[in-house]
Design a protein around this ligand. Structure first.
Ligand SMILES: *Cc1c(COP(=O)(O)O)cnc(C)c1O
Length: 387
């Protein structure tokens, strides 16, 4: 059997894969088992921050791999400690809990918020307001946090304690806060899986103020928007707000599984020894990869993200066959006149890999994608939209 046949027979059928088997690449170019080359505008869903087989990142990861690959959290380890310090110094957060995925990073955020509510607001103050069309993960609790019924059905009962406000609806947040014993509001500043939709700046500023007055924690799910993706180190930094908890994963490790839950002043101490844990959390190899990624997310790189974003918006807004363009930084959703699956297929046939979000084409290119390669890919995408 070839690889596709083996996979189709033995891997649990939870994924509808594109008919491509990726075997290697360099930067924003990847190739398949038939030797075809593609420009990758999906980066494994915003994970390969600097593309494939990046030399500096490989050096950082392999150096750690040769030293020690895993220690467990029974012992101290340098990459974990340094990564926590780096994340805190770059964000102003106070402490970090490490895990292995976005869903786990959110689980920790939820646990910390519930504990905060119980301690500071009183018994039962554990309800978390999330937004409709949000996406927070696939575990039963983060599914409950996800404000999309399509993901819920078939898996009931989910974890209790989540209520949903329409995105940008002050009225909903006010109403839900008065009707429930709430401890937090959780949101993505750009709803990724929900259709690459940024929240309104005015809503976020209002929400910060409302949360302060009502002793609600602000939880920013930066799993997708984090680590330079939106043109700032974390997406919330575009809006001048200060969350109490920030969860991140995807691009942090540059391709290795790592999740991080950053805890601000109000919650830095709520989870004590023995209250939470993860065997692989803070794994030294993943942490070494993340340290390398963070060290390169400087002003110049972020300016490049903004510049490339402006280029993509200016090329696609108003282009033939394009209904709308949304997003922030290098996280962009394109609503086309043609069905999204046709556009994706046609791009693939012409050597460009793009993905989707709801009924939109979604672009999540490497943050350091070469201008020339990007221009070539956007032209192919434009042609596909125009047909
Ligand atoms: C992808 C994603 C998650 C889930 O991350 P996993 O690593 O797949 O568990 C959670 N929140 C947001 C905003 C995401 O984009």
């Amino acid at each position: 059997m070839n690889i596709k046949e083996l996979d189709n027979k033995y891997v649990a059928p939870t994924y509808a894969r594109f008919p491509v088997c990726i075997t290697g690449g360099k930067g924003s170019l990847v190739y398949d088992d038939e030797g075809r080359e593609y420009i990758d505008l999906g980066t494994g869903i915003a994970v390969n921050t600097f593309g494939v087989a990046d030399d500096e990142w490989i050096a950082a990861v392999t150096a750690q791999l040769s030293a020690v690959q895993h220690t467990s959290n029974l012992y101290y380890s340098e990459p974990c400690a340094r990564l926590a310090a780096e994340l805190c110094s770059r964000t102003g957060m106070k402490r970090v809990f490490f895990s292995n995925s976005g869903a786990e990073a959110n689980e920790c955020a939820i646990k910390a918020a519930r504990k905060y509510g119980e301690i500071n607001k009183g018994e039962g103050y554990t309800t978390i307001i999330t937004l409709k069309d949000s996406f927070h993960g696939r575990t039963l609790t983060t599914l409950a946090a996800t404000g999309q019924d399509v993901f819920h059905k078939d898996f009931l009962p989910l974890t209790d304690g989540f209520v949903y406000a329409a995105a940008n609806s002050k009225e909903d947040v006010i109403k839900l806060t008065s009707e429930n014993k709430c401890c937090a509001v959780m949101f993505e500043v750009v709803q990724g899986e929900g259709g690459v939709l940024p929240l309104k700046a005015e809503f976020l500023t209002w929400l910060e103020d409302f949360a302060k007055k009502n002793d609600l924690l602000l939880i920013a799910d930066e799993v997708q928007t984090g680590n330079g993706r939106t043109g700032e180190l974390y997406g919330y930094m575009n809006f001048g707000i200060s969350p109490d908890i920030v969860s991140t994963a995807k691009g942090l490790g540059g391709g290795l599984p790592i999740g991080a839950t950053m805890l601000g002043e109000k919650v830095e101490g709520v989870l004590g020894a023995g209250m939470h844990g993860s065997t692989f959390g803070g794994n030294p190899v993943c942490a070494a990869g993340a340290l390398n990624i963070l060290s390169r997310l400087d002003g110049e790189l972020l300016d490049g993200v903004k510049r490339k974003s402006e280029y993509i918006f200016s090329e696609l807004e108003g282009a033939k066959g394009v209904k709308s363009v949304s997003g922030l930084g290098l996280m962009i959703g394109i609503e086309c006149e043609r069905p999204v699956s046709e556009i994706i297929e046609e791009c693939r046939e012409k050597g460009v890999l793009v993905i989707k979000a709801k009924q939109k084409v979604r672009l999540l290119p490497a943050l350091n994608i070469d201008d020339e390669i990007l221009i070539k890919a956007i032209n192919i995408l434009k042609e596909a939209c125009a047909k």
